[in-house]
Write a new protein. Structure first.
Ligand code: SF4
Ligand code: SF4
Length: 488
């Protein structure tokens, strides 16, 4: 039978050769025999197994056969009859809900120029009036849906989003009371998360967030110049000087009592250097983690990131990744959350059939109670999949998941980054191509370069301080041994 190399990426790190299997999501250290066999299988003819072993010298035949069998086991080599794509299949029945994202308001007290609520990137029909705030009744119905649809899952999450989330603190407080009551009744655990622009953080709100151990994400774009360029009040005045003392108060209150507070930076054209931004937010302001996200917009917007800016960002990510690796080598946590999250996925051997949890374990709810795949699709009439009073429309949900499954994304089938990417964000795909099920083809170079950087960092940490990676072991990793007994 003919066997050929499956889609993978080989790379060198610390003098060692590794391979990343797109079939299994495993990162594997290769010895010389495994490398030679993999290279042979990567030829157009592949190998005719087991006949090819006849030509091997007696003294190496056994090790070659072992190496071959291990490569097959790791998904790096496959027979001509084996399907190329082995991502998790679509669930056959309704998937349990783990997270509900409540858009408690669609109003905001800022007027950030890149906000997807404005301009042509907006998915909502601007001609139709929407309830500006979610009522407590709608929030409770959403939580009932979460608990009822959660099946056997014990740990549930309620995330509050906006607009500016804290403009509807009454509904947030009522939701927390109700969710905690439902958790007690059902024997489940519930945790809370919230994204805010920090303008409304006051003493009482901070005490409430600490008491209920909220995971808080603050939208902030770096030092004052970068932040105030886009994150302005409606008057045009920048918000940095208003939010900074409030953020410092939150960080001080959370330290040692609450959960780590994250900064979320939206990257736009002309931004400062990534490492400089990180240092300001982490070292000077005191955030424990800092995450960066390129702005989601059509390419015509003047803040959109052109190709040359993406190259600059990648150089910035690379420099910050070096700092992360140096810290990890000394067993210290570094706050570059993008890389931390990617390393976790690589370590656990994640191989995604869908790019994210949207419509799978997570749904968004609009102020009026309409259910959508995630928070970014709320108020998009084309993506409604039910209402919290009548329940999730499982047919629409299944159709969305079917269209978004990586099996439908032909360009992704031959891409080594597929286990981690699976086609990229549905919302971004919709903004770019008018089709949430389309792969994010405009971003492939970036995604592959980022994945390659993550693989390099992962392998170097594994070589220098493998114990650091234990923190990612929430569930058994899928990485498997190579013929030299090494594994990453
Ligand atoms: S969207 Fe691009 S980078 Fe992502 S898996 Fe598909 S082809 Fe690869
Ligand atoms: S569709 Fe995009 S914005 Fe929505 S949850 Fe997925 S990655 Fe996030």
């Amino acid at each position: 039978m003919i066997y050929r190399a499956a889609i993978h990426r080989t790379f060198e790190a610390g003098g060692q050769t590794f391979a990343y299997s797109a079939a299994s999501g495993a990162v594997v250290a290769l010895d010389e025999t495994s490398q030679a066999v993999l290279q042979r299988c990567a030829t157009a003819d592949g190998v005719d197994h087991p006949r090819w072993l006849d030509s091997a010298p007696d003294e190496t035949r056994l090790t070659q056969r072992e190496a071959f069998e291990e490569l097959v086991g790791m998904g790096l080599v496959r027979s001509e009859f084996e399907p190329a794509l082995t991502a998790d299949p679509l669930p056959e029945s309704a998937f349990p809900l783990q997270t509900v994202v409540l858009n408690v308001t669609n109003k905001c007290n800022l007027s950030c120029s890149y906000c997807y609520e404005f301009g042509e990137d907006r998915l909502s029909d601007a001609t139709r009036a929407r309830a500006p705030r979610m009522s407590e009744e709608t929030a409770r119905a959403s939580l009932d849906m979460l608990f009822e649809k959660s099946g056997r899952l014990r740990d549930l999450t309620v995330t509050f989003f906006g607009g500016e989330t804290l403009l509807n603190l009454d509904t947030i407080r009522a939701s927390v009371d109700y969710a905690e009551q439902r958790a007690r009744e059902t024997g489940k655990r519930v945790s809370f998360a919230l994204t805010t622009n920090a303008t409304l953080l006051d003493e009482a709100t901070i005490a409430f967030l600490v008491e209920h151990r909220f995971g808080v994400n603050i939208s902030i774009d770096g030092a004052q110049g970068d932040h105030d360029r886009h994150r302005t009040f409606k008057s045009g005045k920048g918000s940095y000087s208003v939010v900074l003392p409030r953020i410092r108060a939150l960080l001080a209150a959370m330290r040692g009592r609450g959960r780590p507070v994250g900064a979320r930076v939206t990257l736009t054209r002309g931004m400062a250097d990534i490492a400089e931004t990180y240092r300001h937010l982490h070292d000077e302001v005191g955030f424990e983690s800092v995450g960066f996200a390129p702005v989601t917009s059509s390419s015509e917007r003047d803040f959109a990131l052109p190709a040359e800016e993406m190259d600059r960002l990648l150089r910035g990510f690379t420099a910050l990744a070096e700092e992360y690796v140096a810290a990890a080598t000394q067993d210290r946590q570094h706050g570059f959350s993008n890389l931390h999250d990617l390393l976790g996925e690589l370590h656990r051997g994640v191989s995604k059939a869908h790019p994210c949890g949207a419509a799978l374990g997570l749904v968004g709810v609009s102020t009026e109670g309409q259910i959508s795949p995630c928070h970014r699709f709320v108020e998009s009439d084309a993506h409604v999949m039910g209402d919290v009073k009548t329940g999730i429309d499982e047919k629409l949900r299944a159709e969305f998941l079917h269209a978004g499954h990586v099996a439908q994304k032909i360009p992704c089938h031959s891409c080594f980054a597929r286990p981690h990417c699976a086609g990229g964000c549905y919302h971004e795909a919709h903004v770019r191509y008018g089709d949430a099920g389309s792969p994010n083809l405009h971003a492939c170079d970036w995604i592959r370069a980022w994945t390659a950087l993550g693989l390099d960092c992962y392998a170097r940490i594994w070589l220098a301080n493998p114990g650091y990676l234990d923190r990612f072991e929430e569930r058994p990793k899928l990485a498997v041994r190579s013929s030299s007994e090494t594994q990453a």
